[in-house]
Ligand binder design. Structure first.
Ligand SMILES: NC(=O)c1ccc[n+]([C@@H]2O[C@H](COP(=O)([O-])OP(=O)(O)OC[C@H]3O[C@@H](n4cnc5c(N)ncnc54)[C@H](O)[C@@H]3O)[C@@H](O)[C@H]2O)c1
Ligand SMILES: O=c1ccn([C@@H]2O[C@H](COP(=O)(O)OP(=O)(O)O[C@H]3OC[C@](O)(CO)[C@H]3O)[C@@H](O)[C@H]2O)c(=O)[nH]1
Length: 389
């Protein structure tokens, strides 16, 4: 429950309760942010989304300690005139709404570009016109590929951090050709970042841009055939969880050689709360939010998840735990990939003093415990059903 003692910001000033219009509040990050704001702060959330399944536990029953501080508004920001009113009556808008699953970028590029660029335009306009603060969720994917990936495989420069560490104010954005529609998302996110930055520079918009680096944890995406479409392809955590739950080999795209750094959602949410409550330190900045210490190849991630799942479920792993698939087979034409993503943490450290805490093993242990508890029984029943029929 929110404490009754005054909350202080990083400079020792009292934090006054605020009203936050959170767009995309019903998604993975939104659900954790709503939970944090309800449990630990006195702020009010106007939660906007087309779905609310992931925040149902915060909305009902009326006897919850934070009842009255969270209101759900079911609306599609593409075409709903209520949006401006909600932004106007809030102190801060946080925009999380997006299509952000790689399987969509090359197969639904129009929806992807509309969702990540066009649909964000009214949010930006209303914030700018009404002098409202905006925290906008972009992505680490705006960096695209590393400079090092264009060097010869045996070049010693590939080992030099200058060629792969991703810095907000220095690194270029390197995308593949237009035919590689994978980059439709990154490109749309980059353009909305540039527009927000320009609104700040020319019209004084108070903004913060967040670039999440693979935040993972409970409630991420869906398990195909259980709480999402059977043919749907979620992000890697849910793909691998689904394979483990069904006792199928984990599919390694193009050999699983790409590298990622994974951060625990609960660590990352701490960073967002610091941004919310320290506007003087967060405004005008673009922040990488990730865990540079949790780097693995996708193959290593698959191996670690297999071990952790075996531990938390008490089941032995299957004989062939992984199989290789081509990206064309898995994602279709036009897929491409980021080779390596290590965030530079200088800016977020200096401005907000934030550091991630949770190791990859520990975050997988708590996340896979959740996946097992939430889905194992439903998967068992789904597998048994066709046999019973
Ligand atoms: N999770 C990560 O690691 C990660 C990494 C990089 C960037 N991001 C960015 O963070 C944001 C949130 O990501 P997430 O992982 O929570 O994704 P998510 O898909 O779980 O959440 C997005 C939410 O936005 C809602 N939404 C989409 N379009 C909408 C519309 N037109 N009107 C109303 N609601 C709409 C969806 O229903 C969904 O609940 C996205 O902008 C994403 O690009 C996330
Ligand atoms: O079954 C699978 C699924 C995926 N892969 C490979 O894993 C890598 C990571 O994939 P994923 O988490 O789905 O997505 P990305 O990291 O590539 O992109 C996301 O990063 C941030 C965000 O902006 C929002 O979350 C999004 O774009 C990748 O190499 C896949 O090919 C696999 O091998 N097997």
């Amino acid at each position: 429950m929110a404490s009754t003692t005054a909350r202080l910001d990083l400079d020792g000033n009292t934090i006054n309760p605020m009203t936050i219009c959170m767009i995309g509040a019903g998604g993975f990050i939104g659900s954790h942010l709503c939970e944090k704001l309800m449990q630990e702060t006195p702020h009010t959330v106007l939660a906007v989304d087309v779905y609310n399944d992931k925040i149902k536990h915060l909305l009902e029953p009326d006897s919850l300690p934070w009842a009255g501080r969270i209101q759900f508004h079911r609306l599609n920001i593409k075409n709903d005139s209520r949006l401006e009113g909600l932004i106007k009556c809030s102190d801060l808008t946080i925009n999380l709404a997006a299509i952000c699953t790689p399987a969509d970028y090359n197969t639904r590029p129009l929806d992807t570009i509309y969702s990540n660029f066009i649909d964000a335009l009214p949010v930006l306009k209303y914030c700018s016109e009404n002098n409202k603060r905006l925290i906008h969720f972009s992505t680490c994917e705006v960096y695209g590929k590393t400079i090092g990936s264009y060097l010869p495989k045996d070049s010693p420069l590939r080992q030099d951090p200058a060629y792969y560490i991703l810095k907000e104010d220095v690194s270029p954005c390197i995308f593949g050709s237009v035919e590689k529609q994978r980059w439709s998302y990154a490109c749309a996110k980059q353009l909305i970042e540039r527009l927000i930055y320009a609104e700040g520079a020319e019209n004084g918009l108070e903004f913060t841009i967040v670039r999440p680096f693979n935040w993972i944890g409970p409630r991420m995406d869906f398990i195909p055939g259980i709480d999402g479409p059977s043919e749907g392809v979620p992000r890697v955590l849910a793909c691998f969880s689904n394979n483990l739950l069904r006792r199928e080999p984990l599919k390694l795209v193009d050999g699983g050689e790409s590298q990622r750094t994974f951060v625990y959602i609960k660590d990352a949410i701490e960073a967002v709360l610091l941004m919310i409550e320290n506007p003087g330190r967060a405004s005008g900045h673009i922040f990488n939010v990730g865990n540079p210490n949790n780097e693995v190849t996708v193959r290593q991630l698959a191996e670690m998840m297999t071990k952790v799942y075996s531990k938390v479920s008490g089941e032995d792993s299957i004989e062939t735990p992984t199989i290789d698939v081509s990206s064309k087979e898995f994602y279709g034409e036009g897929y491409d990939d980021s080779d390596k993503r290590i965030p530079d943490m200088t800016i977020i450290n200096k401005q907000l003093g934030w550091n991630p805490k949770t190791s990859l093993w520990d975050l997988l242990e708590s996340t896979l415990t959740y996946q097992h508890k939430t889905y194992a029984e439903a998967i068992k029943q789904a597998i048994a059903k066709p046999l019973a029929n």
